[in-house]
Design a protein around this ligand. Structure first.
Ligand code: HEC
Length: 164
């Protein structure tokens, strides 16, 4: 597709009206969300400490990411929709290198499959989905376990990924 086609498609998608009866109140940034250091550690908000240790230096303690390399988690569609599969998948498996404006990025989303347990990934994503005005459904260790098995690169059965 030409650049003009791609621009026209993006323009059209961004122009579509939201549906408040389906999606609820539109997201607004809640800057008052306590940053992990102020929450008294993991007891106050499970996942806050993991976020501070593993995610905050890229995505920001404010959740706003670092444009154009690192996407925001505050207000992102994946933080607000009911199903967290997309976020669980990218946290487990990371993502491939992207090229922005002809320059390859130097900050890939790392894979946390080996580093974090199902409980830790569930807690950190539940934190992400409830911080900065986000109101996504909490994530359970069972959600993570299911995708961990389906997307296991060492598995002999095919990897099944269905994004929603
Ligand atoms: C080294 C920097 C870095 C670290 C550390 C990092 N990320 Fe990311 N993350 C990225 C980049 C870059 C992307 C964009 C990847 C892409 O678009 O392919 C991303 C994408 C994501 C996405 C998808 C965003 C969307 O809108 O769908 C989620 C969710 C996410 N990261 C969560 C996390 C969590 C949770 C942690 C900590 C456990 C974390 N990230 C740690 C760099 C990082």
């Amino acid at each position: 597709m030409s650049d003009d086609d791609l621009k026209a498609i993006s323009h059209y998608l961004k122009s579509l009206p939201g549906d408040q009866s389906r999606d609820g109140t539109p997201w607004t940034y809640a800057s008052a969300t306590p940053v992990p250091a102020q929450t008294g550690g993991s007891t106050a908000r499970p996942g806050a400490a993991t976020y501070a240790a593993k995610c905050g230096f890229c995505h920001g303690t404010d959740g706003l990411g670092r444009s154009p390399w690192i996407p925001p988690l505050a207000g992102s569609a994946a933080s607000l929709i009911e199903h967290a599969d997309s976020q669980v998948n990218v946290t487990l498996n990371g993502s491939a290198r992207v090229v922005t404006a002809g320059v390859p990025d130097s900050y890939r989303m790392p894979s946390f499959r080996q580093q974090l347990s199902d409980r830790e990934i569930a807690d950190v994503l539940t934190y992400v989905r409830s911080a900065w005005g986000n109101n996504g459904r909490p994530v359970t260790p069972q959600d993570v376990d299911a995708l961990r098995k389906h997307t296991d690169p060492a598995s002999s059965s095919p990897i099944i990924l269905q994004m929603r």
